[in-house]
Design a protein around this ligand. Structure first.
Ligand code: ZN
Length: 258
C-alpha cells in the first residue's frame, strides 16, 4: 500500500470533510429528511442503532455506514432473540460496525460480573468473529472495558472505537496497543485527565462525533406529523454541522497546547 496516499487520506478524513463518527440518525426527528439533507451537505457519519427498535428503523433509511448493537442501558432486557437478530442484521450489512456496547454505572447490571459485562463481552466476541469495528460506550470504569477487550483478543484486527471518549492516559496507552480509535465529543474536553490524554493519541486514531439523538433538539421542534416543510430539519442539521466543527476546533486547540 502506498503509505503517502494512505496518510493523505487520513488527513483528509480528519481535517477536510465533515465526518460524524457517532450519530443516532434513527432517533432524530424525520430521519429520512435528515439523511437527505446531510448527504447534500457532504456530511458523512456512522449511524448508530443501539436497541432493537432503532435497528429496524435505521434499516428503512438510506445510510452509508451503520453500527448495530445493544446499549448497556437495555442490557438487562436483552434476549436470545435480540442476539440472533443482531447477528442476522450484521451479516446482511458487511460494512456495519458493532455497537454501541459497553458499561454504564447509571443503569442496572453494572457491577463486576453483572449482566452489562456479559452483554458487552458477547458483542465484543461477535465483532471479533465478524471482523467488525466495535463502538464502545463507557460511563464508569474504562479498565474493565480494556480487560474484556484483551480477553476477547482485540489486537491488530477489528478496532475498538472509544466513543465520546472520557478516559485517561492509561486508557489511551492500552487503546493504542489494540489499534483503537478515539472518537472525541465536546464533552471529551471537559475532564482534565481526558483533555490531557487526548494529546497522546496519534492523530490518525482520532475521530469526531456529535452523539446526537432525540435529546439533541427540543422536543416538539419538529412535529413527527409535519413533513410538509424541511426548514426545521435543515436548522437542526446546520446546528449539527456547527457542533461537529466546534469539536474539531477544540481538538486543534488541545494539540496546539501539547
Ligand atoms: Zn450513542
Amino acid at each position: 500500500m502506498n503509505t503517502n496516499l494512505c496518510k493523505k487520506k487520513v488527513i483528509h478524513v480528519i481535517f477536510c470533510t465533515m465526518h460524524d463518527f457517532h450519530l443516532h440518525l434513527a432517533r432524530l426527528p424525520q430521519p429520512e429528511q435528515f439523511a437527505r439533507i446531510l448527504a447534500g451537505r457532504n456530511y458523512g457519519y456512522v449511524a448508530i442503532a443501539c436497541e432493537p427498535w432503532e435497528w429496524e428503523k435505521l434499516r428503512e433509511i438510506p445510510y452509508k455506514c451503520a453500527a448495530y448493537g445493544i446499549h448497556p442501558m437495555i442490557a438487562e432486557s436483552a434476549t436470545e432473540a435480540d442476539f440472533a437478530r443482531l447477528r442476522e442484521i450484521l451479516i446482511s450489512d458487511p460494512n456495519a460496525q458493532v455497537g454501541e456496547a459497553g458499561l454504564d454505572r447509571r443503569y442496572p447490571g453494572y457491577e463486576p460480573g453483572g449482566v452489562q459485562e456479559a452483554v458487552f463481552r458477547r458483542q465484543a466476541e461477535l465483532a471479533r468473529e465478524l471482523g467488525r469495528d466495535l463502538q464502545i460506550h463507557c460511563v464508569g470504569d474504562y479498565m474493565r472495558i480494556v480487560k474484556v477487550l484483551r480477553e476477547v483478543g482485540f489486537k491488530g484486527g477489528p478496532r475498538p472505537v472509544f466513543h465520546r471518549f472520557g478516559g485517561d492516559l492509561s486508557v489511551v496507552r492500552a487503546g493504542i496497543e489494540m489499534g483503537a480509535i478515539f472518537s472525541l465529543h465536546a464533552d471529551s474536553f471537559r475532564k482534565k485527565s481526558t483533555a490531557a490524554a487526548i494529546k497522546a493519541i496519534p492523530p490518525e486514531s482520532v475521530r469526531f462525533e456529535t452523539d446526537a439523538d432525540e435529546t439533541y433538539c427540543n422536543p416538539g421542534t419538529v412535529p413527527a406529523d409535519a413533513p410538509s416543510t424541511e426548514t426545521p430539519v435543515i436548522e437542526i442539521a446546520e446546528a449539527l454541522i456547527k457542533d461537529l466543527g466546534e469539536v474539531k476546533k477544540l481538538y486543534e486547540l488541545a494539540i496546539k497546547g501539547a
